[in-house]
Design a protein around this ligand. Sequence first.
Ligand code: ADP
Length: 461
Amino acid sequence: KKVVCVAPTILTKLQKECATPLPVLRRVADAMAADMRAGLAADGGSDLPMILSFVDNLPTRNEKGLFYALDLGGTNFRVLRVQLGGKDERVVATEFEQVSIPKELMFGTSEELFDFIASGLAKFAEKEGAKYHLPHGTKKEIGFTFSFPIRQTSINSGILIKWTKGFAVSGTAGKDVVACLNEAMERQGVDMRVSALVNDTVGTLAGARYWDDDVMVAVILGTGTNACYVECVDAIPKLQSHNSSSGRTIINMEWGAFSNGIPLTQFDRDMDAASINPGEQIFEKTIAGMYLGEIVRRVLLKMAEASDLFGESNMEKLSTQFVLWTPHICAMQQDNSQDLEAVEAMLYDVAGVKSNLNARKIVLEVCDTIVKRGGRLAGAGIVGILQKMEEDTKGQIYGKRTVVAMDGGLYEHYPQYRRYLKDASLVSCFSFLSFPPFPRQTWELRMKAKKNLEAVDKLVR
Ligand code: ADP
């Protein structure tokens, strides 16, 4: 017989297994710093690929001209054009469009996906107004932000290592994605040249640096997650022949692949086993937007099967993978009403289950537990990066302002997640920098709208 008290028992166990007290945060930050070093020492040296971006210089604000940018992220692709006017005028004009990627293209062929992107770009380029000026006789140049793991071969070429975030497009892995785009542009009659291929984190870092000279790290928390930072070439043992005039280069960490020291539950292991990339992207599967809702769904289903949490409701919808999205659990967590009416409606509309007030409270606790773990672990990861930079510079960044540029829909739209991330990063950051005198402004998190950032991809050459 089903027993009512089983759901709270599952909840307590979940909270215990997902707990991220300071020692766990410290362990994760230490492991992140250690994995960064191992990944810089040799390819395959750790979970973190620590990919060279070939971006050695960042925007100076003197950039002038018309630039296009294209961003292939997860759920959407975006096209943008911007007219830059140099130091005084900065961004003269900018326009931006977002197109969601049809589900079937995520499982189709490489040609189909890139043709879809090129035709979106063609339509956007047609609408270029009089505000934009390109010197006569020059070809339009485009910065391509591509947020999947790439083995970068030059500033404008890179081989796709693998698709992530639920993409399973055939025929792209092992190919140069710029060549794929160029071929599609040719098929679609688009006359543009890709001058830079960058990861979205690198685009975020460059874009944020356009406004603030102290930006050293960029983190994306959206459908997936990733981070990059400014590294000294001397600190990259695996680097053999790379001439950087600045002595620095941006490292794309692909930190979604990190896995050391993360507290996991049976729900995480089951989700991983059922995913298209089992055993991979464990950090991403614990902290990123694509997965938080799905973990919550798995917990709720287990509770509903083991107790009468949702009474006699039909469990068909709740049994469907990925039916509960992170924006759904986010919306539920914003419900401050006494009866939790929005939670009730959401559970019924999205998951097809009826709930009493007690059940809704348990649901909110589950959401909070998963979101708390995600946000706090993301915060610990950021601290790991700062810790590595701090150790390498032997305290030179100590007390200095260091800005971490943040972007992505999860960070942008989920207030609870953001708060947990900040709490955890502050508490664990201060614990490793706890020697006096206390740093005044060691670092701060900044967020800027994605659409302002990606325009400057082109400029990082
Ligand atoms: P992408 O990562 O696909 O390039 P975004 O950075 O816009 O694009 O992130 C989209 C992701 O952000 C969604 O998959 C979702 O997980 C998360 N997200 C979007 N809106 C919300 C919201 N209102 N609340 C919580 N998470 C959200």
